[in-house]
Every structure is written in C-alpha cells, then in structure tokens.
Design a binder for this molecule. Sequence first.
Ligand code: AMP
Ligand code: MG
Length: 522
Amino acid sequence: MLNLIIKDTFNKELPADSIQENTRRQVTEACFSFVTPKKTSNPKMLHVSDEMAKELGFSAEEIASEAFKNVFTGNEVYPNTYPYAMCYGGHQFGHWAGQLGDGRAINLFEIVYNNKNWALQLKGAGETPYSRTADGLAVLRSSIREYLCSEAMYHLGVPTTRALSLALSGDQVLRDVMYDGNAAYEKGAIVCRTAESFLRFGNYQILAARGDVKTLKTLVDYTIKHHFSNLGNPSKETYVSFFKEVADRSLEMVIHWQRVGFVHGVMNTDNMSILGLTIDYGPYGWLEGYDDGWTPNTTDNTHKRYRYGAQPEIVLWNLYQLANALYPLIEEAEPLEAILEYYQEKFPEVYIQMMREKLGLFSSKETDDKLVSDLEEVLQKTETDMTIFFRLLANVSKKDTVQEAIKKIEKAFYTPSEFVDEIKLAWEKWCQNYLERLQNETTSDKEKKAKMNAVNPKYVLRNYMAQLVIDDADKGNYTLLNELYELLKKPYDEQPKYEKWFAKRPEWARNKVGCSMLSCSS
Ligand code: AMP
Ligand code: MG
C-alpha cells in the first residue's frame, strides 16, 4: 500500500464540469472535468526517477509495489482521490484554437511532502472530454523523450515539470509519425509527470474568451492563493503583480533555454506554464550546430515560428495573450502594457549577462554586446557544435595566442575543411577580441574554467541520443535508458566514463526522423 498525504485543492476549490460522462464536448463555467483513467492490458514499469521519488517521499518498497505500478499507470485509483482533466484553450501557431484541454493528461491528485506541494498527472492514460479527435494515448517513443528530457532539464537547472515514472501500458497505439499515410502500431506508454501545478496560460484564456469573468476570477484567485501567496490578497494591484511575476518567470525560463540550446518546438499558449516551467515535451530538440533559425518540428517547417532564435520573442507574444485574458479583471491596459515593455527592455540585459557567464566574463563592459553578436554570427559561418564549443572555450587561457585558442575549440567544427579563408579570418578576429577582453578580467584561468563549466553543460540529451534509447526500448532493451538517465543527472560534471557522449552528432543522424525531424505525432 502507498502512504500518501493527499491534499487536493484544484478539484475541491474550483468549479467542476457538471457532466460526469466521458464524452467529448465543450465544457463551460468549469475549470475541469472528473474522469477515470483507462485500464490497460499489461502494465509494466520501465523506469522510476529515484530523485523524484525521493522528493515525493516514496520508499523503495513502495516503488516496487503492485500498488505503485497500478496507480501510476491508471489501473487503480488511489483511495479518496478524484482524477480529473483540466479545461484550457490556446493560440496554436499564432491562431486562437478555442477549447483544447487535457486531451490525454489525467491529474491524479495533489500531495504534500516536506512542505512542498505536488500535482501528479498521467500522460497517455486514456480519453477525456477534451480528447477531440484523438485517442488520449501516448506512445513509448514520445514518452521516453518526455521522461528523459524533463529530468535532464531539471538537473541542468532549467525550471521544468518533472517525471516520476515511465511505464508500458501493454496496449498498441496507432500513429502516423510523419502524417504521410503510413500509420503503424507502436507500443503504448504512460508517464507520470509532477509539478507544483500544471496550469497554463490557456486555462485563463479559455475563460476570458468565453466572457466567463466569474470563473476567471475564481481561477486567478485560486492561483494566487496557492502558488503566488507572497503577492497578498486578491485586488487589481495583486492581479497586476501576478502578471509581472509570470512575465519574470517566463523570461527566466526562456533565458535558460537559450543558455543550454533547448528548442521547445511548440510554444503555443496552451504549452506555457503559469509557473514559468518548461512543459509539454513534444517535438523539442537540442541545438547541435548553433543556428538561430533551427526548429526540430517538421509541422513548423514553413514559417519556423518556434525556431531557436525566436523563442524569447514568442514568450513575449504569449504574454500579450495572457495580458488580454487577465484584462477583464483589471480593466486598465496601461499597467499590463508597462509590464510587456519591461519584458522587452529587460530581455537584452539578462541575455547579455547570461552570455557573459557562458564566456567566462565576470565584469561587464559596453562592448560585450558586440562581442556576443559577433560570436552569434561567427558560430553560424560553418556548422559549430554549441555544447562542445562553449565547453571547450573554458580551456582557453588568458595567455593563449589566437592560434592556441582556436586549437582548443576546433573539435566543435563539423566540417574542418570549411575552416579556411573568410571563415578562418572571422574566427581569428573574434578570438583576438575575446582574448583581449579576457585581459580585463581578474579571475584566474582555473577559477574561470570552473565557473564556465557550471553554466555550459558537457552533456545534453542530443536528439540522436534519445533516438538510440527509443530504438533499443522498442526491442525491449532498457540499458541505454538507464545509462542516459544516470549521465544526465550530472550534466556539468566531467564524468570521464561517459566521455563518448561528449561528441558531435554522428552523420547518420543529420536528417533522420526522430533525430532532427520530429512531428507533433506522439
Ligand atoms: P500538444 O500539441 O501535445 O500540446 O497538444 C495540443 C492539444 O491536443 C492538447 O489539448 C492535448 O491534450 C491534445 N492531444 C494531443 N495528443 C493527443 C492524443 N493522443 N489524444 C487526445 N488528445 C491529444
Ligand atoms: Mg500541450
């Protein structure tokens, strides 16, 4: 038996959908619908995050128990809990899409452990009133990607939802991965995700879009009471401070994404957490060659709306939509506009500061803006691996000559033969400026290296690495899943035994489905 301290608030304090049948429909004047997870034919736990399990207070016996397996695959409802799916809407690729909602996420319960509140949610546990035309299920491939990446992001210090467990359902799920008429059966899987809350911008937007100001106010007051209690009692001023804090947290999140080279892939407003957490790991990817214009999401190929370089602007666009949703409670545009302007002013400042840290510059000089923009340009002249470049840059010493510095970073270039003429000159010029800039620093080489290595990860979940785990897991082999899970717990450490993962993307993975090309099909 599991011993959990249940403290449900969402499904106790907020208005529920009055209909209890699990039929697909528009749900009005409610924040959620009660729904029971689907029983699966042969559930099997594949992995449990020991770190997350510890945070939640699970003992080793509990993790190994039948009850754990059954509860976290949706086959057993924990006593006195009432699972539910949330109602939200969203802007998808810039267009208002109306009601979306948890189409395949089912919230189980909220628990308290060590004075922290956690919501636990299953992804892929069957249909809900919000499933629209889809089946409410998830496949092993996308579940592995969410499970591994959300934990990896946590260990990288990026605000994120987390994952407790990954299980096979034992059922087959039909998917057309590239939407080209080649549907095939894949193994069904269920991830149990955790977060303080899974509320998204879209939860507020749907209520504002329907003119349901009463429920909107109830939801905002609930959010402030439970998640932003430092802001005080509900009032117009508190709502403005709430929006300011969401803006600050979202900015912090996206700066981290830019720092580690993470591309979310689908930054729709329904995928924006109100707590500023990275949420909904779908067709995300990691920059290998540094490229402002890159997105892994083939569904976004034409406009590349959610490309790496656009992510901070898209956060701002999404904040505009949230501001519109909160407006009926504030009835004044000016304070909201001021916060949106503040975001625009603040972004370049925090971005440069983050880049200074990546470059090992601990004082600030006005010329740093130019040094950073020149670097962004030079990094794209010939394909240069972002992670490897910044990690190796830490080895550059103040005393190095330009040639010595280049020798130390050249492993980051994908096509060394291109490193001639204009490209070589541009790199030499940048290194020259960088070495000159380093002379203004008082930090020793050793201290600089340690500080740089604390912000420039050595190991990230490269797209092809996740795919290798998936290929093995499809065949029932989970050794690599375990290995990468362990590796990614300490992304900033040298970990010599895993050195083989400190390598550029292999050539076979350049244009392979799952490695550089991902769709929303999951
Ligand atoms: P996403 O693009 O994964 O953020 O999903 C957008 C919307 O589609 C959300 O409302 C999801 O819950 C829903 N959705 C995605 N996949 C499925 C699925 N297999 N079954 C039901 N709903 C889904
Ligand atoms: Mg989503």
